[in-house]
Design a protein around this ligand. Structure first.
Ligand code: SAH
Length: 226
């Protein structure tokens, strides 16, 4: 619906059909959760990057979003969303409140917003928060709360979270984030420095289990704000 209202929509490489091909590719790559695939098919990824990069928005690539940061490739966005919903192949559970660390251009937050009641997303770069807040408003995505701050501390005022998705790499699982997970909640993050692997922590009562999955490559999680 929003697409027909948007003057940048519907042309060649940015159409719903192109998005459909991206979804087929995600299926081939192993994404099984239909709710995640539907979200990936619905969110206009090209409207989250600069106009000059629009035609490349549905390729299986990370793309620059300014400030030395990148939007993750579609596969990793879908993979993290799938893991946040349930962990392994199959259909996941609906999520209540989700915390994202690393709002960036807001694409991943927009996907998570289709899977959750509310998404709180922390970003350390103030200028990016401002730009993305406007974009989300224009796209009428109302259940994402962009917040300026250091995501290493989480967002205590909004805790607990059914899922926490970290979209920048850090060597350790930040203690504050684990503390802010709801019982049964999942934290999905790229762990490491130069070499990184996707890691899923699941809280059951007072215990947390960790699973280490495939190798990944993310920009680093940096302390403090800019
Ligand atoms: N999910 C984003 C990906 C952006 S890249 C998207 O869809 O566009 C990772 C983002 O994490 C960058 O914008 C970076 O500024 C931010 N980041 C890095 N360290 C952070 C921290 N400590 N707190 C909050 N955001 C952080």
């Amino acid at each position: 619906m929003a697409e027909t209202l948007n003057p940048r929509a519907g042309i060649g490489m940015t159409s719903a059909r192109t998005r459909g091909r991206m979804v087929e590719r995600l299926r081939e790559q192993g994404i099984k959760d239909e709710t995640v695939l539907t979200a990936m098919g619905a969110v206009p990824r090209h409207l989250f990057v600069d106009q000059a990069l629009e035609s490349r928005a549905y390729e299986d690539n990370a793309l620059p979003i300014g400030f030395g940061q990148t939007i993750s490739n579609p596969y990793i966005v879908a993979r993290m969303a799938e893991l946040a919903r349930h962990g392994e192949a199959g259909q996941g559970r609906p999520l209540g409140r989700v915390l994202e660390i690393g709002l960036g251009c807001g694409y991943q937050a927009a996907i998570l917003a289709k899977l959750a009641r509310e998404v709180v997303s922390m970003e350390r770069i103030a200028a990016l928060v401002g730009k993305t807040r406007v974009r989300l408003r224009e796209l009428r995505i109302n259940n994402v709360k962009p917040k300026h701050g250091d995501g290493l501390n989480g967002a205590r005022d909004f805790a607990p979270f059914d899922a926490i998705v970290v979209s920048a790499a850090f060597p350790e699982v930040p203690r504050d984030l684990l503390d802010q997970l709801a019982d049964g909640g999942r934290l999905v993050m790229p762990r490491g420095g130069a070499a990184q692997a996707l890691c899923v922590m699941e809280r059951q009562g007072d215990t947390c289990t960790e699973r280490v999955l495939e190798d990944v490559k993310f920009v680093p999680l940096l302390p403090g704000v800019a």
